[in-house]
Ligand binder design. Structure first.
Ligand SMILES: O=C(CO)COP(=O)(O)O
Length: 144
């Protein structure tokens, strides 16, 4: 889980910023992509580089979708707002669709995002505790 795309609608931006702050350690060493306004807020809040694409209504969701299709994104965190309509709703739907097509984890709320962070940390601990974990993985891949 090295490259993460983060997106939030206006009504969810504060929630995303708080969530990212709460997990700031997890994001160390990760490459972050975001739609324009979300990315600018994240960069300021975290004090680190975030690859900012266009703002969502101007094509940012589609740019992130393209990165997913190019297999450049490991995880999409998309706090979309279920209580307000978006002028670019087809783009929003297309982004979520591509994340499903390419089978990457998608977190649309804080509970799911927390769950994925914890799962990822547990996996890292497990990999560290089993020295030849990568050999096990390779054996598993060969067998399936
Ligand atoms: O609209 C968005 C996602 O659909 C988010 O775009 P911004 O991050 O530019 O506000």
């Amino acid at each position: 889980m090295k490259t993460i795309a983060l997106v939030a609608h206006d009504g969810k931006k504060q929630e995303l910023l708080q969530w990212v702050q709460a997990h700031a350690d997890f994001f160390v060493g990760k490459q972050l992509y975001a739609t324009g306004t979300t990315g600018a807020l994240l960069a300021e809040s975290l004090g680190r580089e975030v690859h900012c694409l266009a703002s969502g209504p101007l094509g940012g969701d589609q740019q992130i979708g393209a990165l997913i299709a190019e297999q450049q994104v490991d995880w999409l965190v998309f706090f979309w707002d279920p209580l307000s309509s978006q002028p670019h709703d087809p783009d929003v739907k297309a982004l979520i669709r591509l994340a499903v097509v390419w089978n990457i984890p998608v977190a649309c709320n804080r509970a799911t995002a927390d769950f994925i962070v914890h799962s990822s940390l547990l996996q890292q601990d497990y990999q560290r505790s089993v020295p030849d974990f990568s050999q096990h993985q390779n054996r598993f891949k060969t067998a399936t």
